[in-house]
Each structure stands twice: as C-alpha cells, then as structure tokens.
Design a protein around this ligand. Structure first.
Ligand code: MV4
Length: 511
C-alpha cells in the first residue's frame, strides 16, 4: 500500500480523499492556490504545498508544478478527484513517466473515452445500444447527408465534448449551417478539437448512470445505477441511488450491459457509464466518465462500498474482493449539491465569507463539506461547496429525511441553493419520481413568484382542510362541554371556519 498520496484537487472532494487516506494510514499531500491558503483540505492534509495564483490554469491545472510537488514531497501516487486534471490523459501520462501512480485508468482509456465517436464505436462493437448517429463529419454537406439517415431533429455534438459544452439541437435542414459554425468554433475554442458528429435527438430522456469498479486482474463489478436527471444547464443538482423508475428487468439489463462495456475498453478503477433512458424504457450509451464522480456518495451509502478506498486499493495493485452476486442495493440515498449561488438571481455564483454555518446531523445524514464557518468561498472555482447525502429505507423516507436535513442546514453570509432544494423536494412530480432531464426547465421559471409553486394549490387545500378541522373540533369540544349557547356556537363555528378559509390566501399567499 502507498505511504503517501498527493491530492491534486481542492474543496469537499479533496477532504473526502484525505479522510479515507487517514483511515488507511496513508499520508496526504495537499496542493493549494493563493486563494485556498485557509481552505479545509489544507488543514486536513499532513502536508500542503502552494502551487500558484488563484486561476486554476496556474494552480490546480498546472501539470508541471504539481508533478514537481509530487516529487519534492515524495508522494507515490496522485489522486485527481473530479474536474481539473481527472480526465486529462496528458497528466496521467506525465505521472506515469515520472514514476508516480495516477489513481485512475490508463491514459489510453482516458483518450478513448474522451473521444465520443471512438467511445460510441467501441461500445457499439461490444453490443451496447448507442443512440443512432454518425461518424465524424468534416463539412456542412456531410452533416446534411448524415441527417438524411439519422432524421430530424438531431443533436450536433463535439467529438471532444461531454458535459454541456459543444452541442446543439438541429430541427430542420435550414438550421444546419449556423449550428455547424457555432458548435465547430465552440468545440475548437473549448477543447482544441473542432471535429463534430450527429446523433438522433432523444426528447427529454432520463439520465441514468451505472457505477463500475474493475481491478488489474480482469474482475469487473457494477455498483448499480444512479438517477441524475435533476439538473440545470448541465449542472447536476440532485442525484439518487438506485434510480427510481427502473424496473427490475431493466436494472439487471443495464448492469450487465455496463460490465460488457467496461470489459470492452479494458477498464481499471472506478468508472461510470452514462445512459439516456427514453419513455419506452430503452436505454442508450451516452458517454463514459473515467473518474470518481461528484455523486459517488449515494452509491457508497446504498451499496456499502467505499469507492475511494477501492480506487486506492486497485491503484496499489490490489484485487477487488467482491462478487457481483454479493453486491446489492439497500434502501435509497439522495444527494443535494449545495451551491454558493443565488436561486433568486438566476443562480449567479455567490462567493464571499461564510459568516455562520450549522450542518444537519442525525440518523441517515452524511455531510461532505469543503467549507467551515468563517471560511471564504473564492470566485475562482466551482460554486459547489458541499454535498448533503441522506439515506432512507425507501425513497419516501429518504425524501422526508432530506427535507428535515435541509431545514437544519443554516448558512449565513452567502446565498445558497438550499431554498431551491426545498422546492424540488416538495414538488409533486419529484415526489412521484415522474421527471426527466427537462424537469427544471419545465417546472421552474422564477422562484419567489408564487404561481411557480405548482404545489401551492395542494398546500392551500391542505391548510384549508386543517383549518376547517380545527374549527370543527373546537365547535365539537364546546358542544360536548354542553355549552348553553349550543346553537349559537354551531352557527358561529361554521361562519368562522368559512371566514378562515376565505381569508387564508391573504396571509401571504396572494399579492
Ligand atoms: C443528448 C440529448 C438528447 N439526444 N443526445 C447533454 C450533455 C451531453 N453530455 C449530452 N447531453 C444530451 N445529449 C441526444 N442524442 C440530451 C442531452 C441532454 C442531457 C443529457 C444528460 C443530462 C442532462 C441533459 C440535459 C439536456 C440535454
């Protein structure tokens, strides 16, 4: 086992990795930028090295400087976390060349899965369903031609894409030219790779992904599925494990298919296959993430496997001790990502000093938090400051527990998306599991405008019924007491409850 690991990341995920290293008696080396001098991951690590100024290009992405620190600190391995260098094959290769173990798959696999057309080809070859689509298209004419077999509408995508960048829906041939130009230049500037391809457009699918673990000796297991459709502008907000609405047959099928896919690429370590699920329960491979994901915690809770520990064991040459038939989900976990952003101001990032912080506790609650009371949230990085994960015996218990935990969550000094989470967790469609990737766009226009609370009427009706019941009970109590003015009370009670109902809207609900 390693004696010392460098964590090439910051925030909650750096803390997450440092925690398991402590449990494994592995020393930790943190890196930090000038904006992160007083960050939690720096305090938790055994050693910490300043790597550069705040912009990530000069700090958390500075490959040369990070490798220099790895050598100087005599770290044997590097954990990249997620984001930053986690899916950078050049970094993985440079680690290898420096005799440092990159905790993740080989540079070759990172490259193959980073090329979305190559990934599709490999998966298709392995018998995994992929969205009908094209090969690389070199001109607008080639797009037009490919569109004839794929059909309209279609998605124009960057080969190097992934996440939300470099893609556009095309509804008709008239839109091809402008879409081609926009996506091509976006792909060139964002990824340095202007190549494009097209896929048949799936209308508001669900986003379901399957977690896998593989070792160097041919063992591959899947750790079931996660539902990740609750997102906004390609930023995930809530994730669940297992995915609600997957029937047992589809669940078994998608699990087996995922293992086939992982084997086909010779995957080693922790990885995720993303699928799009249509209304008819067909699923299609979308892309593979060759890293630990933000939402790994929901899987850990429901499956009972420490994914970061497994990553480290595999990287150190260990073999996975589990058999697929011994891996099964227990109960239900939900994650709410806590962002430093203002849901009332179009989710603008909200950096600043955290003046007060009280975290939820109690049964079934996990906090993966990268900040503390008094900390500064810098503007330079992702606004996600923490993850709140709850577990319940079933989905309903998990939802009720999440609502309770969110109520306990107190952040002062900066705005967070916690009110937005409250809204989602009370939404009838969320509660019913009746949602897809279109959920937030469809249901959320402007929070704070009451007509955008679709459950307002339910809340009003419930409150009105409760008020009526209270009044009826009061009237009944008085009747039982044998009040002399029995008839007058009955009259009054009825009138008063009517008044209560009709006046209720003016108590803050109506403008
Ligand atoms: C799609 C799609 C519909 N049809 N591809 C968006 C991010 C990128 N990684 C893939 N994305 C999509 N690709 C076809 N052929 C819809 C999306 C999509 C989406 C996918 C996953 C999670 C959230 C999403 C939100 C909007 C669109």
């Amino acid at each position: 086992m390693f004696k010392r690991i460098l964590i090439a990341n910051r925030g909650e995920i750096a803390v997450r990795i440092i925690r398991v290293c402590r449990e494994l008696d592995i020393e930790t080396v943190a890196i930090y930028s000038e904006a992160d001098r007083h960050s939690l991951h720096v305090m938790y690590a055994d050693y910490a090295y300043l790597v550069g100024p705040p912009p990530s290009g000069q700090s958390y992405l500075a490959i040369d400087r990070i490798l220099e620190v790895a050598k100087e600190s005599r770290a044997e391995a590097v954990h990249p976390g997620y984001g930053f260098l986690a899916e950078n094959s050049e970094f993985a290769r440079r680690c290898q060349e420096s005799g440092i173990i990159f905790i993740g798959p080989s540079p070759k696999v990172i490259d193959q899965m980073g090329d979305k057309v190559k990934a599709r080809a490999i998966m298709k070859e392995a018998g995994i369903p992929v969205v009908p689509g094209s090969d690389i298209l070199g001109s607008e004419e080639e797009v037009t031609k490919a569109a004839q077999s794929v059909g309209y509408p279609f998605m124009l995508k960057a080969v190097a894409g992934g996440g939300g960048k470099g893609l556009r829906m095309v509804r008709s041939s008239r839109e091809i030219l402008s879409a081609y130009r926009v996506v091509r230049s976006e792909a060139a500037s964002s990824f340095g790779d202007p190549r494009l391809y097209i896929e048949k457009y799936l209308d508001r699918p669900r986003h379901v992904e399957v977690q896998i673990l593989a070792d160097n000796y041919g063992k591959v297991v899947h750790l079931y599925d996660r539902e990740c459709s609750i997102q906004r502008r390609h930023q995930k907000i809530i994730e669940e494990c297992p995915a609600p609405g997957l029937d047992p047959r589809t669940r078994r099928h998608i699990g087996r298919i995922t293992i086939q896919g992982a084997r086909a690429v010779g995957y080693v370590g922790a990885g995720t296959l993303e699928f799009l699920l249509d209304r008819d329960k067909n699923f299609y491979f979308l892309e593979m993430n060759t890293r630990l994901q933000v939402e790994h915690g929901v899987t850990e809770r429901v499956i009972g496997i420490d994914l970061v520990k497994a990553q480290i064991e595999v990287a150190a040459g260990g073999s996975l001790p589990w058999r697929q038939r011994h891996i099964s989900p227990t109960g239900h976990a939900i994650e709410c990502r806590i962002y430093a952003e203002d849901p009332e101001a179009d989710f603008m990032p909200c950096p600043g000093k955290i003046e007060g912080l009280r975290l939820p506790e109690g049964l079934g609650v996990r906090n993966d938090c990268g900040v503390y009371e008094g900390a500064e949230v810098p503007i330079h990085y992702d606004p996600m400051i923490a993850k709140l994960i709850v577990w319940g015996e079933n989905r309903v218990e998990a939802i009720l527990r999440m609502r309770r935990a969110l109520r306990e969550y107190q952040v002062r000094g900066i705005k967070t998306n916690i009110p937005f989470h409250h809204w989602i967790l009370r939404h009838p469609r969320f509660m019913a599991g009746d949602f897809n990737t279109g959920f937030v766009d469809e249901e959320y226009r402007l929070m704070g405008k009451e007509e955008h609370y679709p459950h307002k009427n339910i809340a009003l009706a419930t409150a009105a019924i409760a008020a009526l019941q209270r009044e009826q009970q009061r009237a009944l109590r008085l009747l039982e007491q044998g009040a002399a003015e029995k008839s007058r009370w009955r009259e009054g009670g009825r009138r008063e409850s009517l008044r209560l109902i009709s006046h209720f809207p003016s108590r803050g609900w109506k403008k």
